[in-house]
Design a protein around this ligand. Structure first.
Ligand SMILES: Cc1ncc(COP(=O)(O)O)c(C=O)c1O
Length: 439
């Protein structure tokens, strides 16, 4: 489809997209390899967002493609309700080798949104099987993104993702977010100011009483709302408060899992151990949809009581542990381990930090936030047109061979973990040049 007839683009209702604007001037990706995409008219595009924060080992990994092809011709599909297939168990065992200590069980799903809904359901059911059924309340955070299921948007805190969809789940409350440019603008890594924001959880406990609260769910680093970092000590404090009140802590690691911060998981980076971790995206290097929920042993064990013939958790998806997804995930893990990608961001993070902070010279930039191989570059909004300036950066960048992501007026960067230092330089040099041309 080199110059598509506009009517050929009509049928696909595109997600999270201004459909009419896009279809009037489409951006079509036709091929990908390593750090690059190629458009349908043959232009090379440097991928500064790993697709959508998922292609951690770079594009077109033939090992993954070969493993999936082989799996589909060996065992294309197998149910995992009262049945099993070897790769599902192999993958679960491989994964718990790299998850933080104590995480020794995994429930498979097909996306980050499903991982979140699954984690919330496990948290509620856990308290119930423990005889603590009054713990039904879920706590999320303002500006949080936990996918688009009803559970995820209920605990999430991005207004546009919520306001169209009715009254959402009952019994949900939200912590304050931690974005505070007044105190923390241009912090390098986690900001020093703001640990006290964790005390907001004590406020909610005082309001609702701990006996009604099942779980707190937060992203260790908020990605989709524009790269918002936890202040130093904040996550530790949230953990302490959860412990004090018997509240489960869920880390949504759909973005931070699989090496994004320079450690296998965000929990490793921050040295804070939650009770449940959700993951997706990098799990299969983006090649096949898959998500996972990791739980610590006491949670799994709480369900493994009663008669052995009883189903312990009435939950699952037709495609939970799909054989092709398992094959992709095992091969992705092989690559991550062979190429040391789960820790590579740590070795690049200084170079990355200096390169992105050099964009501070632009008159439009009002904040830069970075950690691991992630950065958010926030632009001053145009009067009466929030988001317009960053969208213009996105379109210009694409015309000039660079794929970035924007949320509001924040440019988000999260390149594949195979990026070279020269390519980091290319991203920021190109962005600096584009910012000079933007009004
Ligand atoms: C933290 C977080 N949770 C959940 C999701 C939802 O994942 P999916 O789009 O695979 O449903 C995302 C997606 O960006 C995410 O960043």
């Amino acid at each position: 489809m080199i110059n598509p007839d506009p009517s050929a683009l009509e049928a696909f209702w595109m997600p999270f997209t201004a459909n009419r604007q896009f279809k009037a001037k489409p951006r079509l990706l036709a091929r990908a390899e390593g750090m690059h995409y190629w458009t349908s008219d043959g232009r090379q595009i440097l991928d500064a967002v790993a697709g959508l924060w998922c292609v951690n080992a770079g594009h077109g990994r033939s090992e993954i493609a070969d493993a999936v092809a082989k799996q589909l011709t060996t065992l294309d599909y197998a149910p995992t309700f009262q049945m099993g297939h070897p790769l599902a168990f192999e993958l679960a065992n491989r994964l718990i080798e790299i998850t933080p200590k104590d995480f020794d069980h995994v429930f498979f799903v097909n996306s980050g949104s499903e991982a979140v809904d699954t984690a919330l359901k496990i948290a509620l059911a856990y308290h119930r099987v423990k005889g603590d059924a009054s713990r039904q309340r879920l706590i999320g955070r303002e500006k949080g993104y936990h996918g688009v299921g009803f559970g995820g948007i209920s605990v999430g805190g991005m207004v546009n993702n919520r306001k169209f969809f009715g009254s959402l789940l009952p019994g949900v409350d939200h912590l304050r977010h931690t974005l505070d440019p007044e105190h923390n603008a241009f912090s390098r890594g986690v900001p020093e100011w703001g640990v006290h924001l964790a005390e907001d959880l004590e406020r909610l406990v005082a309001l609702h009483d701990a006996s009604t609260i099942a779980a707190v769910i937060i992203e260790p680093v908020q990605g989709s709302a524009g790269v918002i970092l936890p202040p130093k000590g904040y996550l530790q404090r949230i953990r302490e408060i959860c412990d004090r009140h018997g509240i489960l802590l869920i880390f949504d690691e759909v973005i931070t899992g699989f090496g994004r911060l320079g450690t296998p998981f965000g929990a490793d980076y921050f040295e804070v151990t939650p009770d449940i971790i959700t993951a997706a995206k990098g799990l299969t290097n983006g090649a096949i949809p898959m998500g996972a929920v990791f739980v610590r042993k006491p949670i799994y064990d709480a369900f493994m009581r009663g008669p052995e013939s009883a189903i312990e958790l009435f939950h699952g998806y037709t495609y939970s542990a799909h054989p092709a997804a398992c094959a992709a995930a095992i091969e992705a893990l092989n690559i991550y381990q062979r190429e040391n990608l789960l820790t590579r961001a740590a070795t690049l993070s200084r170079v990355w930090e200096s390169a992105v902070h050099a964009l501070r010279d632009s008159r439009l930039v009002i904040d830069i936030r970075n950690i691991g191989l992630v950065a958010g570059i926030e632009l001053r909004s145009r009067e009466g047109a929030p988001g317009a300036r960053a969208y213009e950066v996105l379109t210009k960048a694409f015309e000039e061979g660079l794929l970035v992501r924007v949320t509001g007026d924040t440019i988000a960067l999260s390149p594949p973990l195979i990026i070279s230092e020269e390519q980091i330089e290319q991203i920021t040099t190109k962005l600096a040049a584009i910012l000079r041309t933007i009004a």
